[in-house]
Design a protein around this ligand. Structure first.
Ligand code: WT7
Length: 655
């Protein structure tokens, strides 16, 4: 059945779910309304019921104990319950679905065989991995850094940590040795897990040698566990490095799950903010898992027998919640893809969908836009009739990309769930439910159960009706982050200081007359590059760390594929010549300091930066110049030297 657009309140097209989808989904429109009302009028009762979707060792008697009070921010869910996250993702499924595939592994190279790992096999692998970690001295509460490609061992390592109550911190395999070292030191990790190499898009990243470089900056107590991926030559540090396959051969096959409290940390994940170094977002065991499982089930309408594929990497929160924890807690079959959308060609996503008969496909707008540019013929080559639901995450999806996704991939009959959330939120907060919510291209639509979004003006007043302002959340939900690792004050000041009594998201947002939410982008100095968050301050500090750079200011600008590109204004040290060669050197330098995703798209030489008389850089002006909107610069009269702006406009790089 084809979905027909009809008009919404603000005349944006509205795509209602087909009756076929609505009838078979976990929730139709009436059910969504009923459950949503219950979830906000009686959160205790609602979440007491939902908490039961997990297997508890000691059942909780307390449900919600949360305060957004600036003087006493504290978030606890199911606080007296105990459980084990890995047992919830594996052991409890063994009786009913031991022989069902838990993970389908699709390697980077399409000629390499895919692997189907059953729940029984997953159980075996995770217990062995857990015993290897124990053998290396990892105890409950210890931190383990995981720096792996998208291979099954990444999931084994995560679940092995969870099984023994250790806290993992995954570092995206595209990050540099320096970024890795910062994260190892930031959480005082005992063990780092890497592979020899990471094959991706036909190239090979030398993860082991990156670790060798990183560990030079870390305590010599840190041990390195190396999993074989390609078998290619690597260096070896005797006494520090451990070969996984050798260790695994020497440990017992069984490992009983460790009992942890609902509020014990499950993982740390570093994410960029508007100031300073990335912060370690802490997620805990009980509430996070219940929320990831519930959102996965409802938002993707996951049903028994479905083959669910999220194309993210486990290095990002999307991979944590919607490749590993949510799907496995639900006993799902989840696809892990090692590669990229365009290797060996622009048909790879669709070839994999056809090959594994994927039913839910969840990706990022940047991937859609990149593939859109290659033409519809790449999609048409494959049979996509297994697809039922399409998902989008990471940034607002522009209506052109939405329409292309809908028409070419979904053939007009798959609801598109545009899911708004953040590393901090643990799971999806605003998204349509496939059988319940008519969609509008570009809108994340309506809140999930238990989520109360509000739109605030800049003084913190709640705005009602159709309006625009900043997006905040009024009350806690179980998947919410609990603290910043080692810095609770930073947690409070980042999210609860500016707008007292609310969780502040950092995003701007519009609400239309139908009560639909439209995310308009970050309102802080964070930019969104290919769906990945990047603090402009981080790029600036990498630039000024270069010997030729005296000052730098970084802003985002609209980029056709990436959503936002990285635009840098650089002031050089006296006497340094501004050459194209130096420009390329600085781009390579930032790439090496942070990682490929941070590579500047544009570097403009700036003899001076627009500053107020008190020395504050006026980024508003720099943004306008980067966006090429120089006729709407606004007031420049408060600048110490307004002529700086004329020079920047005259020499604007052709971005
Ligand atoms: C920021 C969070 C959530 C996992 C991936 C990114 C932007 C995310 C959407 C969406 C509009 C979105 C927001 C948010 N964002 N999803 N569906 N529509 N914007 O996680 O790196 O923590 O970034 O990504 O700006 O604040 P993250």
């Amino acid at each position: 059945m084809t979905i027909q657009p009809t008009g919404g309140a603000d005349s944006a097209p509205l795509y209602a779910p087909s009756s076929e989808i609505a009838e078979n989904a976990h929730a139709d429109a009436a059910r969504y309304e009923e459950l949503y009302q219950k979830s906000v009028s009686d959160p205790e009762g609602f979440w007491a019921e939902e908490g039961k979707r997990l297997d508890w060792i000691k059942p909780f008697t307390k449900v919600k104990n949360t305060s957004f009070d600036y003087d006493n921010v504290s978030i606890k869910w199911f606080e007296d319950g105990t459980l084990n996250v890995a047992a919830n993702c594996i052991d409890r499924h063994l009786a009913t679905r031991g022989d069902q595939t838990a993970i389908i592994f699709e390697p980077d190279n399409p000629d390499e065989a895919a692997q189907h790992i059953t729940y029984k096999q997953l159980h075996k692998e995770v217990q062995v991995f857990a015993n290897v970690l124990k053998d290396m001295g990892v105890d409950k509460g210890d931190r383990v850094v995981i720096y792996l490609p998208m291979i099954p061992a990444a999931a084994y390592a995560m679940l092995a940590c969870a099984r023994i109550g250790a806290i993992h911190s995954i570092v995206f395999a595209g990050f540099s040795p320096d970024a890795l070292a910062d994260r190892v030191n930031g959480c005082d990790a005992k063990v780092v897990i890497c592979s020899d190499y990471a094959p991706r898009g036909g190239r090979n990243t030398p993860l082991k040698s990156n670790c060798d470089k990183a560990l030079l900056r870390c305590s010599d107590k840190v041990k390195l566990l190396v999993v074989e991926r390609t078998g290619a030559q690597i260096d070896w540090v005797e006494g520090r490095d451990y070969k996984y396959e050798d260790m695994a051969a020497g440990v017992a096959p069984d490992c009983a799950p460790t009992e942890v409290n609902a509020e014990d940390p499950l993982f740390i994940l570093y994410t960029s903010g508007s100031t300073g170094k990335p912060k370690g977002v802490v997620h805990c065991s009980g509430g996070y898992l219940a929320y990831a499982a519930m959102t996965h089930q409802y938002v993707f309408d996951y049903q028994d027998g479905d083959i669910y594929w999220c194309t993210a990497d486990v290095g990002w929160v999307t991979g944590h919640s919607y490749i590993v924890y949510g799907p496995l807690a639900n006993g799902a079959t989840t696809v892990m893809f090692e590669g990229v959308p365009t290797y060996p060609d622009a048909g790879r996503f669709w070839a994999v969908c056809e090959k594994h008969k994927v039913t839910q496909f969840y990706t990022a707008p940047t991937a859609i836009r990149a593939l859109m540019g290659k033409g519809p013929e790449w999609v048409e080559k494959y049979d996509l009739s297994s697809l039922r639901i399409l998902g989008s995450v990471g940034e607002p999806i522009n209506p052109e990309a939405w329409n292309w996704y809908n028409e070419n991939v979904g053939k007009g009959s798959c609801p598109i769930v545009d899911t708004w959330w953040q590393t901090e939120t643990g799971g999806i907060l605003i998204a349509p439910l496939p059988g319940a919510t008519p969609t509008k291209p570009g809108s994340a639509t309506k809140p999930f159960f238990g989520v109360q979004p509000v739109i605030l003006d800049d003084k913190g007043n709640e705005l009602s009706g159709a309006t625009e302002g900043v997006l905040a959340i009024k009350d806690s939900w179980p998947g919410q982050m609990r603290t910043v690792w080692g810095d609770h004050d930073r947690f409070v000041s980042t999210y609860f200081e500016m707008f007292k009594g609310y969780y502040f998201s950092g995003d701007g947002c519009r609400r239309d007359a139908d009560g639909y939410y439209w995310i308009t982008g970050r309102v802080d100095d964070v930019i969104n590059v290919s769906g990945h968050r990047m603090g402009t301050a981080e790029v600036e500090s990498a630039l000024v760390a270069h010997e030729t750079v005296s000052e730098a200011a970084v802003v985002g600008y609209p980029h056709d594929i990436k959503g936002q590109g990285i635009y840098c204004y650089v002031t050089l040290m006296d006497g340094v010549e501004a050459t194209d060669e130096l420009r390329a050197q600085l781009q390579a330098w930032v790439r090496q300091e942070i990682g490929p995703i941070a590579k500047p798209d544009v570097i403009q030489w700036a003899p001076g930066l627009p500053k107020t008389r008190s020395g504050k850089i006026m980024r508003r002006i720099l943004r306008k110049i980067a966006e090429n909107e120089t006729d709407s610069l606004g007031d420049t009269s408060t600048l110490a030297d307004p002529s700086v702006v004329d020079d920047l406009i005259a020499n604007r790089a052709n971005a």
